[in-house]
Design a protein around this ligand. Structure first.
Ligand SMILES: Cc1ncc(COP(=O)(O)O)c(C=O)c1O
Length: 390
């Protein structure tokens, strides 16, 4: 096995995609300790900086004392904790859907949906930049896969016209806001195509939940089409600062997932403290929507400053700021330079992103102070300038 693994690793190294694990310790909402040094963390998806919030931590601690550490069995086998019923009811209401089903994480939710819901007669139309969990879910399903160019509605419609004939049914699968590019999918137009051709839509709102829309329910709210997808997926592990995921839909679809989604049926349920943290986070957000505005104040400030300094932020909106560099080597150089200045960041390379679009993905979170934001912007600028990136 050792020789086989070494050979495969050699190939990964040659492709320039070799990864190592970096162990860190959080010091606060925005700072971490790595190799004995303090860093500002530029990689967190905790957009609302809630993961240390005392109210949420305390609710999780209470659940820890009264429910124990682990769930220790699957929901199908041992019943679902009453905490899950609370979370599912409240989250369905928040998202504008009739029903909600909690999964252990977003990856497992996505892996569960498509294989459960599609048949070999179906066609799945998938945006070329969709997340790895969606790509792998499509591979697991028996439906035909058709990849359309990123957010290209004309191409999508051409693909639909070519593929949808007779009894065939189609699914359009897209992220609402793309995790590596920070740009928003044309969900309204996709909805029109769905209606025109009698298709279904599956929307992954992992990075939109807690960030977009007045109440923070996500990108659909922002676009005025809340609750419009046939199946909607959201995660608790990003803006809500907890862990886990939810699939939202109408009752029969949820019942089907309970009966057929393998990643729901055959896995240990989330720990009670984590479910409690998600409930507390959701309740906190409902009572304090001002945290969304505080996040956006930081986002707007950074975006304005970076743009005026000459960074091309492409079509990105919101807290995900891609600094596209091109080559893997250059991305790694910029990463090293920023790390040496106390900014913890990760170069993102293929296969996570397409070839020649290696980048630094910097996330703006609510917890940064103005001084920290200025330091980040200025350090990004001087480093990128030194390397000739801007
Ligand atoms: C778009 C998207 N979908 C799904 C996931 C998976 O979610 P989780 O981290 O809860 O497994 C991610 C996580 O990075 C993501 O970015």
């Amino acid at each position: 096995m050792r020789e086989r693994a070494k050979k495969l690793l050699e190939e990964i190294r040659k492709e320039g995609n070799y990864r190592t694990i970096r162990y860190v310790k959080p010091l606060s909402e925005t700072k971490i300790l790595y190799n004995g040094r303090e860093y500002l963390n530029l990689t967190s998806n905790s957009y609302l900086s809630l993961h240390f919030h005392p109210e949420i931590v305390s609710f999780a601690k209470e659940a820890l004392s009264s429910y124990g550490v682990g769930s220790c069995s699957s929901r199908s086998l041992s019943g679902s904790l009453d905490l899950l019923r609370t979370l599912e009811r409240e989250f369905a209401h928040f998202k504008g859907y009739k029903r909600c089903l909690v999964f252990s994480c977003g990856f497992m939710a996505n892996m569960g949906i498509l294989p459960a819901i599609t048949t070999p007669d179906d066609v799945i139309f998938t945006d070329e930049l969709n997340h790895s969990s969606l790509i792998h879910a499509i591979r697991l399903s028996k439906a035909k896969k058709v990849i359309y160019r990123h957010k290209d509605l004309d191409h999508l419609e051409d693909c639909i016209k070519r593929e949808i004939r007779g009894k065939k049914k189609g699914f359009i699968v897209t992220e609402s806001i793309f995790s590596m590019d920070g740009d928003i999918a044309p969900l309204k137009e996709i909805l029109l195509l769905k209606e025109k051709y009698g298709l279904y839509t599956i929307v992954d709102d992992a990075h939109g939940t807690g960030v977009f829309g007045q109440s923070g329910s996500g990108v659909e709210e922002e676009l005025g089409i809340k609750g419009s997808a046939d199946i909607h997926m959201a995660t608790f592990g990003k803006a809500l600062g907890s862990y886990g995921a939810a699939v939202l839909s109408e009752p029969y679809t949820i019942r089907l997932l309970v009966n057929r989604a393998r990643s729901f049926m055959y896995t240990t349920a989330l720990p009670p403290s984590v479910i409690a943290a998600s409930i507390a986070s959701l309740n906190f957000l409902k009572r304090n929507p001002k945290v969304i505005r505080e996040l956006w104040a930081n986002v707007d400030y950074v975006r304005e400053r970076l743009s005026s300094l000459g960074f091309d932020l492409k079509d990105s909106r919101g807290p995900i700021v891609p600094i596209i560099v091109g080559s893997d080597k250059m991305a790694l150089k910029l990463q090293r330079m920023l790390m040496s200045k106390g900014l913890f960041i990760q170069a993102i390379r293929p296969p996570t992103v397409p070839p020649n679009t290696s980048r630094l993905r910097f996330t703006v979170v609510r917890g940064y102070t103005k001084e920290e934001l200025d330091y980040i912007v200025e350090t990004l600028y001087t480093s990128a300038k030194k390397l000739g990136i801007i």
